[in-house]
Design a protein around this ligand. Structure first.
Ligand SMILES: [Ca+2]
Ligand SMILES: [Ca+2]
Ligand SMILES: [Ca+2]
Ligand SMILES: [Ca+2]
Length: 491
């Protein structure tokens, strides 16, 4: 039975669950955990500067706005919004937001906002606009360290490390680079603080390189040799690995074992057309050679999937519009799948090296898609994807289900007579309930346990009960069992 259900999940296309904010343009989303305690993760979404303003927090299940901070400007690049582990000790993730605009005033700011209610925890002006924010973590009980990347109009990129609880600076590094993101891997220097990556590059004008520094001190721990037009990613699973491009000469991609400093593989430049490298982390086990290293360019509709340890790959996967971002999620056991956001669609792609196919897709409700994050939900076997859409003439944000919901619970006792059924679940605008006996006694409770509908002694027929979007328990009051868990989607 469960085997059949897995096949059913894999075979189904992704599905838009809800859409919201048709007048706003969003370019970054981040999971902040389940703020309203309804069993589904919620998320924050940053608007795009010059098109919208404000920082929103959405109920992941329904699309309702949980809070909004209107007096924050939008951001310039995806990556300037980051959910960070609890800074104000209220038990919820908080949010780091970097602002500024390269062609406007040179000042920027770093803001720490409470993920729970949107209150500002602290704000610090920066000398230059902020383009990317990430964090590293340390020993248990310590606050995370923020890593903000600033792009100065003197051509330098500044990599700033700050205490997340008060904004005090810890260290600053600078480089010529086109890759301003900062990635973190677990500690190998021995001080319990994550290590982070910094890319130095100036093409032929300067000998660039990729380095890994200690998150706490900024001390260099690892450096590649000369690299041109560099970009990179790092992973610590299953081993510490750095993948860099473009290496220079005939080599497009070079991967090294960070601890032994051995070269793992190189890939000639004429074989791969990709300007972004990303390890799809967290994937373990299974028949495929994990980790997967993905390579793509935002201006092409192809993505390469490579074995991250051996560099083996085959043909690129071709989508119908340009690739924005891939991410990996677990289906069950050792089965994994990829979510691939393109400009116009959202795909579920099987992570195969041999004969890869794009897989089933759903059109986005507006275009272009700019970013997505996964949301775990008790109601769905696999995560929802929250998608940021840079559109002011259509939905600015939506969620897409990667599987059908766990909508129907089995009766707790096999002897219980089920005398009602849900005609479709989830459903739009309300619950379609079919009762099959004249003495069916049904109550419908919302997620908080509040009674919203009661049906007694009705004849066999179909009932449409208009209800706001949410999760409902359909209770058979004759034996006090939850017969169904119904999901009502936004209309
Ligand atoms: Ca994001
Ligand atoms: Ca929630
Ligand atoms: Ca918090
Ligand atoms: Ca360290």
């Amino acid at each position: 039975m469960s085997f059949l259900i897995v096949l059913f999940i894999v075979a189904n296309p992704p599905m838009v669950v809800w859409t919201a904010q048709p007048n706003e343009s969003f370019i970054d989303v981040e999971n902040v955990g389940d703020i309203n305690n309804d069993g589904t993760d919620d998320f924050v979404a940053a608007t795009s500067l010059n098109e919208s303003n404000g920082l929103y927090c959405f109920n992941g299940l329904t699309g309702d706005t949980l809070w909004v901070v209107q007096n924050l400007p939008g951001i310039t690049l995806t990556g300037a919004l980051c959910a960070v582990p609890d800074v104000n000790q209220d038990g919820f993730f908080d949010v780091a937001l970097g602002t500024g605009w390269e062609s406007g005033p040179t000042l920027g700011s770093i803001n720490i906002i409470s993920g729970f209610d949107g209150n500002q925890i602290w704000s610090k002006q920066t000398e230059w606009p902020v383009e990317a924010i990430n964090y590293s973590t340390g020993p248990a009980g310590s606050y995370p360290i923020l890593h903000a990347t600033l792009w100065a109009n003197n051509g330098y990129t500044y990599f700033l490390a700050l205490n997340s609880d008060d904004g005090d600076s810890l260290w600053c590094n600078h480089a010529w680079t086109d890759d301003r993101k900062v990635s973190a891997i677990s500690d190998f220097s021995g001080n319990d603080w994550d290590e982070i990556s910094i890319c130095h590059d100036r093409g032929s004008a300067y000998s660039g390189f990729n380095e890994i520094v200690d998150g706490l001190t900024g001390t260099q721990l690892y450096s590649t040799g000369t690299i041109y037009f560099g970009s990179m990613d790092i992973t610590d699973t299953p081993q510490f690995t750095i993948a860099s491009r473009s290496w220079g000469g005939d080599i497009e991609i070079l991967a090294e074992d960070i601890l032994s400093e051995d070269t793992l593989y190189t890939i000639p430049y004429e074989q791969i057309d990709a300007d972004t490298l990303k390890f799809l982390t967290g994937i373990t086990g299974g028949a495929l050679p994990f980790p997967i290293l993905s390579g793509w360019s935002n201006s092409f509709n192809t993505i390469y999937l490579m074995c991250g340890l051996s560099g083996s790959y085959q043909d690129p996967i071709t989508y119908s519009s340009n690739v924005v971002l891939p991410g990996a999620f677990q289906i069950s056991g050792e089965l994994w799948n990829l979510a691939v956001l393109t400009n116009e669609e959202f795909y579920l792609t099987e992570p195969a090296i041999i004969n890869p196919e794009p897989g089933p897709s759903s059109n986005l409700p507006a275009v272009p898609g700019r970013d997505f994050c996964f949301l775990n939900s008790d109601l769905y076997p696999t995560p929802l994807a929250a998608v940021a859409i840079s559109s002011v003439t259509g939905p600015g944000v939506c969620t897409i289900a990667t599987s059908w919901p766990n909508s129907i619970e089995q009766p707790h006792n096999a002897s219980v007579t089920v005398n009602s059924s849900l005609l479709c679940n989830p459903s739009n605008g309300g619950i379609f309930l079919q009762t099959e006996q004249t003495q069916t006694n049904i109550q419908i409770l919302d997620i908080t346990g509040r009674l919203v509908e009661s049906i007694q002694g009705l004849e066999s027929r179909i009932h449409f009960l208009p209800l706001p979007s949410g999760i409902y328990h359909v209770i058979n009051i004759d034996n006090l069992t939850t017969t169904y868990r119904a999901v009502v989607l936004a209309e």
